[in-house]
Design a protein around this ligand. Structure first.
Ligand SMILES: Cc1cc2nc3c(=O)[nH]c(=O)nc-3n(C[C@H](O)[C@H](O)[C@H](O)COP(=O)(O)OP(=O)(O)OC[C@H]3O[C@@H](n4cnc5c(N)ncnc54)[C@H](O)[C@@H]3O)c2cc1C
Length: 388
């Protein structure tokens, strides 16, 4: 069996490693010329970590992961602690610690595990087509490649998705912009082993540890889509939005490097349940594009990769049967996470201010139980975290 994977993001690389584990000949094509992911870091929740462990990357993942022992919510204006609680009950319940990881390092880990030299960089797919004996991808330089199966892990703007669905889709602006980056840990912002989140006014500022004494930070700002932004002006923009906030937030704004701070308009896509056309299938953001509000987009892509492997393991030499089994295993679960994230997004960003005010007052009475229950609900339900 030969599989061609389009896109060397975390979904594509996980799929390539997973298929190779069961003896597939694999080839990965990536349009960019080097590993330069957009975005500073991601929280790899326990389900994602279990997928990476399954792919043989347990030690490397633990080395790159930040240690989150506690979680807290802080009143953004006063700096008062609304709640603080241990993550241990979550770890005990799901059997795995989550790890925030710098994005470039996660990406490089996956690429090295597969073999950096074996990835065809600078290859932009411009067309894909199913066929009776093989599927074929065509690249911008005119090259074509055929395989038993083509996996489109080509991200949120996926061309493969367009082929599978028979036309383009319109993504939805979720109503906010996310600024993110990395800084050294600093107790004035938050404890080094805590995921600290300042909230107020439908806005959010958060820091969580990644390896080597760094915080992954992000700011959520409610702004109209298409608001003008000059790269490098993050400090001025964030001061305008958070100037009245608590001292810890001011320290973060003063410390961040505006030149490396990313600004991302957050979009998502209504769930869809057709992921396969003949020998062509979508995986990762190509199949389920979510807001980052529950930190599950990348974890879901990793789950897809494991489910894909299992589908082929259960249907050896039957591409169509395997891909349909993959779709069946994944589409509902991934769609559910998209909708959960959308719901969380609306509460966090004050789509209905009364609901958000109610959430803030709940946070003041929270002992961690409700929040952990919600996170466990996101983690459970994938291939390596079945709900029994
Ligand atoms: C601000 C933000 C925060 C996030 N935080 C989290 C988090 O905490 N936890 C989490 O799990 N997820 C998080 N996510 C989601 C996560 O980043 C994505 O779900 C994940 O990157 C999807 O991986 P992917 O491989 O499917 O797509 P991508 O990472 O987008 O990779 C797709 C790859 O395909 C390549 N490509 C595209 N088109 C072509 C083509 N035509 N030909 C060849 N190559 C092509 C691209 O260059 C790219 O390298 C966050 C997302 C955002 C925006």
């Amino acid at each position: 069996m030969k599989a061609v994977i389009i896109g060397a993001g975390m979904g594509g690389m996980s799929a390539a490693i997973a298929l190779r584990q069961i003896g597939f000949e694999t080839a990965v094509y990536e349009r960019v010329t080097e590993n330069k992911p957009v975005g500073a870091a991601i929280s790899v929740w326990s389900n994602g970590v279990k997928c990476l462990n399954y792919l043989g990357l347990e030690e490397q993942t633990a080395r790159l992961g930040g240690i989150v022992d506690t979680m807290s919510y802080i009143d953004g204006f006063t700096g008062d602690t609304m709640c603080r609680f241990s993550m241990q009950p979550l770890i005990d319940e799901v059997g795995q610690r989550p790890y925030p990881i710098a994005r470039a390092e996660l990406q490089l880990m996956l690429m090295q595990a597969y073999g950096l030299d074996e990835i065809a960089f600078g290859m932009q797919m411009v067309a894909v087509e199913d066929g009776p004996e093989a599927a074929t991808a065509t690249f911008a330089d005119g090259t074509t490649v055929s395989a038993d199966v083509i996996i489109g892990a080509d991200g949120a703007g996926s061309l493969t998705r367009e082929y599978v669905l028979g036309g383009p889709v319109t993504r939805r602006y979720a109503g906010y912009v996310n600024f993110n980056g990395l800084v050294q840990t600093d107790d004035r912002i938050g404890p080094a082993t805590e995921w600290t989140t300042y909230v107020g006014d439908g806005k959010r500022v958060s820091v969580m540890p990644v390896a080597d004494n760094r915080f992954y930070f992000f700011f959520d700002v409610v702004e109209p889509q298409g608001t003008q932004y000059e790269r490098g002006s993050a400090r001025e923009v964030l001061r305008a939005h958070f100037g009245e906030w608590a001292p810890g937030v001011q320290v973060l704004i003063d410390t961040l490097d505006p030149a490396t701070t990313n600004r991302v308009e957050i979009l998502d896509l209504d769930p869809f349940y057709t992921w396969v056309k003949g020998r062509v299938a979508v995986l990762g953001d190509a199949a389920h594009n979510t807001t980052p509000d529950i930190g599950q987009g990348g974890c879901s892509a990793m789950e897809d990769a494991i489910a894909l492997q299992w589908a082929f393991r259960d249907h050896p030499a039957d591409v169509h049967g395997a891909l349909l089994a993959y779709q069946q295993a994944r589409a509902d679960r991934a769609g559910d996470l998209v909708l959960r994230a959308r719901k969380r997004c609306d509460v966090t960003h004050a789509k209905d201010p009364d609901t958000t005010a109610q959430w803030y007052s709940e946070l003041r009475n929270e002992d961690g139980g409700n929040i952990i229950r919600g996170i466990v609900g996101n983690i459970m339900g994938g291939p390596v975290t079945p709900v029994i």
